[in-house]
Ligand binder design. Structure first.
Ligand SMILES: [Zn+2]
Length: 256
């Protein structure tokens, strides 16, 4: 993701339901398509929350929304999907903070609204913008979950998939720690494939054909996951794992 630089620190980012607002929120530009009040609807709103403990999967609903293999990190940047809507699209992104630097605590800090604008010159542009993604895969393959998969994370921004706008409403976002033109790690591809299988099991509408990149749903505005993201490698791993998992396979996408 190459952040747009027109955002202003210290303000909630623009709502993507308002394409006339002219405000691009930048780094994942992903804001909810709800009202302003929706931005504060998260359970941890208004405080810097400590990381959640590992999830206790007591219910079917928890099973669907929380991935036990992920480290759960508290995040208030989410809201409810529109009534009755389930995830039916998977959107792949990349993120790095500062840009093209890996391994720091800054992505988590951004998604927890505690990014220090003074810690790096770049951060002044984005501190105060409220963004999230359901999942983040670090360079070593670690999986981090910020938002329950049943809820709407703010990752896609103004977007359109097959004629349908506001992809946050019906998608799950996965960030890979990386940059458009820097090769991703083998561990990331492996983790991405395995977590895709888990998501497909929970949300059967997400088929192999309904996996897309941010740049595909926000062309001209977003470039991630970028040319360094090897779709062939990812989809080959996914196909292998789908077969093992007994998930219905699909013909190869001729576009990739
Ligand atoms: Zn993105």
């Amino acid at each position: 993701m190459h952040p747009d630089r027109t955002m202003k620190p210290g303000r909630p980012a623009a709502l993507d339901s308002d394409p006339e607002s002219g405000i691009e929120s930048g780094i994942e530009s992903g804001l909810a398509s709800g009202s302003d009040s929706d931005l504060d609807s998260g359970p941890d709103s208004g405080s810097i929350a400590a990381p959640d403990p590992a999830p206790i999967l007591n219910t079917r609903a928890d099973y669907i929304g929380l991935l036990p293999e992920a480290r759960q990190v508290a995040c208030s940047n989410w809201d409810d999907r529109p009534d009755g809507m389930l995830a039916e699209l998977l959107v792949i992104h990349n993120i790095s903070l500062p840009p093209q630097e890996f391994g720091g605590p800054w992505i988590e800090a951004l998604f927890q609204n505690r990014l220090d604008p003074n810690a790096h010159p770049y951060f002044a542009n984005i501190a105060g913008v409220r963004l999230s993604s359901h999942l983040l895969i670090r360079r070593d393959g670690e999986l981090i979950q910020f938002v329950d998969l049943r809820k709407r994370a703010w990752h896609a921004g103004r977007s359109c998939f097959e004629g349908r706008n506001a992809c946050n409403d019906f998608s799950i976002g996965i960030e890979l720690e990386g940059a458009d033109c820097i090769p991703f790690m083998e561990a990331q591809y492996r983790r991405l494939a395995s977590v895709t299988i888990e998501i497909m099991r929970r949300f059967p509408a997400i088929t192999r054909e309904r996996i897309t990149g941010h740049s595909d749903i926000a062309p001209g505005r977003k470039t991630d996951p970028g040319p360094a993201f090897d779709w062939k490698q990812y989809l080959a791993l996914l196909d292998q794992q789908m077969k093992t998992a007994g998930l219905p396979s699909a013909p190869a996408d001729p576009c990739r």
